[in-house]
Write a protein that binds this ligand. Structure first.
Ligand code: ACO
Length: 354
C-alpha cells in the first residue's frame, strides 16, 4: 500500500537535519491513576499497548504552548550543532490535528512567539502521519530552493478531544511536541533526507475521526450529539492497517534508497502500540535492537511521536551518527508516510517541560 514517492535529485540541494528538540506537559498520568477513574488496569494497558504513562496539559494550555517550547529547543540545538545561522529559519511547518483554534492555523502564532518574524508558516493535518508529511513538505521546499532553513514541528494535545469516559483512547494518547530544523545542504552529508514515501486512502475516514466541529456537522441544524464531539477509533482495524501501511511504505522507501529493508540501524515508527512496532519489525525482518521504543513513557503523542522518539533516542545515545534511520508513520485519513536519512552528529537535550 505504498503511495506516491518523491526523491530529491542527487544534483540539487538536499534538506539536512541539523537540530532536534521536544516538549512535554509537566503532568504525567500513570496507568494506576487512570485505573482509579476508569474500568482498566496497569496490567491491561502495559500488556496490550506497552504504555506506562502519558503526559497531559493543564487547564488553559494549548498545542502552541508545547510547539513553542519544542521549536525553541530545536533552534537551540541547531545553533549548537551548526552555528548561529542554522537557527535563522525562513519557513515554519507545524503538523497538528489539535490546533489552538479551528481557524486560523496555529503555525503563524508559533512563529511569532518564537520571534521568527514574518516567515511563511502553515499547518499540515495528517493526524499521526503529520510529522512525516510536514518533514516531506519542508524538505521539498528546501530541495526546490524556495526555503533555505525550516523549522518542522509536530505537536498535539489529544487529551482535549478524548471522551473522558473512554478507557481505550484515554489509555493510549498523550500530549507533546517535537521539532527538527532542516537546512539546505548536499545529499552526501549526514542528516540529508534521502527520500520520502507518502500515501492516503480516504475510504478509511471513519476508522479514526472526530465527527463534529467541521463544516459537515456545522451546516446541520441543532447541536451535535455528545458522542460526536469526541475522538473515536476502530482499534483492531486501525491496528491491522497501521502494520500493513507502515511496513509497506518503509519497505518501498528503503528499496528506492538502495537499502535492504531489514538493514536500517534504527526504525523510528509512529509510537501507537508496542505490539504494532514489533509487528512492523517482523514484516521488515528487523530485530528488537533496531526498533526505537519511546511510547512506554509518553503514549501516542500523534504528530509529536516521531520527533519526540528521535529526541529521546538521540539524547540517550541509541541513535548514533552514521546510523541509517527509517522514519515511518500511519494515522487518520487514512494517511501514511516514510522518510530516510543517515543520522547526523546533532547536539540535543531532553524534552522541555511546559
Ligand atoms: N482497559 C481494559 N480493557 C480494555 C481497554 C482498557 N483500557 N481498552 C479496551 N479494552 C477492552 C475492550 O473493550 C475489549 O473488551 P470486549 O472484548 O469485552 O469488547 C477488549 O479489551 C479487547 O479489545 P480489542 O480491541 O480486541 O483489544 P486490542 O488487543 O486490539 O487492543 C487497542 C486495543 C490497544 C486499541 C489496539 O487495537 C490498538 O492499539 N489499535 C491501534 C491504535 C493505533 O494505531 N492508533 C494510531 C493511529 S490513531 C491516529 O492516527 C490518531
Amino acid at each position: 500500500m505504498s503511495g506516491n514517492a518523491t526523491r530529491p535529485e542527487p544534483t540539487g540541494p538536499a534538506a539536512v537535519l541539523c537540530g532536534l528538540g521536544g516538549a512535554l506537559p509537566a503532568r504525567a498520568v500513570s496507568n494506576d491513576e487512570l485505573a482509579a477513574q476508569l474500568d482498566t488496569s496497569d496490567a491491561w494497558i502495559r500488556s496490550r499497548t506497552g504504555i506506562g504513562q502519558r503526559h497531559v496539559i493543564a487547564p488553559g494550555q494549548a498545542t502552541s504552548d508545547l510547539a513553542v517550547e519544542a521549536g525553541a529547543r530545536a533552534l537551540a540545538s541547531a545553533r549548537d550543532t551548526a552555528g548561529p545561522a542554522a537557527a535563522e529559519v525562513d519557513l515554519l511547518v507545524l503538523a497538528t490535528s489539535t490546533p489552538d483554534r479551528p481557524c486560523p492555523a496555529t503555525a503563524p502564532v508559533v512563529a511569532q512567539r518564537l520571534g521568527l518574524g514574518t516567515v511563511p508558516a502553515f499547518d499540515v493535518a495528517a493526524v499521526c502521519t503529520g510529522f512525516v508529511y510536514a518533514l516531506a513538505t519542508a524538505g521539498s521546499l528546501i530541495e526546490a530552493g524556495v526555503a533555505r532553513r525550516a523549522l518542522v514541528i509536530g505537536a498535539d494535545t489529544f487529551s482535549t478531544i478524548l471522551d473522558p469516559a473512554d478507557r481505550t483512547t484515554r489509555a493510549l494518547f498523550g500530549d507533546g511536541a517535537g521539532a527538527v530544523v532542516l537546512r539546505a545542504g548536499t545529499r552526501d552529508e549526514p542528516g540529508a533526507l534521502l527520500g520520502y514515501d507518502l500515501g492516503s486512502d480516504g475510504q478509511g475516514v471513519d476508522l479514526i475521526t472526530v465527527r463534529a466541529g467541521g463544516s459537515r456537522q456545522r451546516s446541520e441544524p441543532g447541536p451535535p450529539p455528545e458522542a460526536d464531539r469526541w475522538f473515536t477509533m476502530r482499534g483492531s482495524s486501525v491496528f491491522r492497517e497501521a502494520v500493513l501501511s507502515m511496513s509497506d511504505s518503509a519497505r518501498a522507501l528503503a528499496e528506492r534508497t538502495g537499502w535492504d529493508p531489514a538493514g536500517p540501524d534504527k526504525l523510528v515508527a509512529h509510537q501507537a502500540n508496542v505490539r504494532i512496532l514489533r509487528a512492523v519489525g517482523d514484516q521488515l525482518g528487523l530485530d528488537e535492537k533496531q526498533i526505537v521504543v519511546h511510547l512506554d513513557r509518553v503514549g501516542n503523542t500523534v504528530a509529536a511521536s516521531i520527533p519526540l522518539a528521535l529526541t529521546d533516542a538521540a539524547g540517550e545515545g541509541a541513535l548514533q551518527p552514521g546510523h541509517r534511520v527509517l522514519l515511518t508513520g500511519f494515522g487518520g485519513g487514512l494517511t501514511w508516510g516514510s522518510a530516510a536519512l543517515v543520522w547526523p552528529d546533532v547536539v540535543t537535550g531532553p524534552p522541555g517541560t511546559v
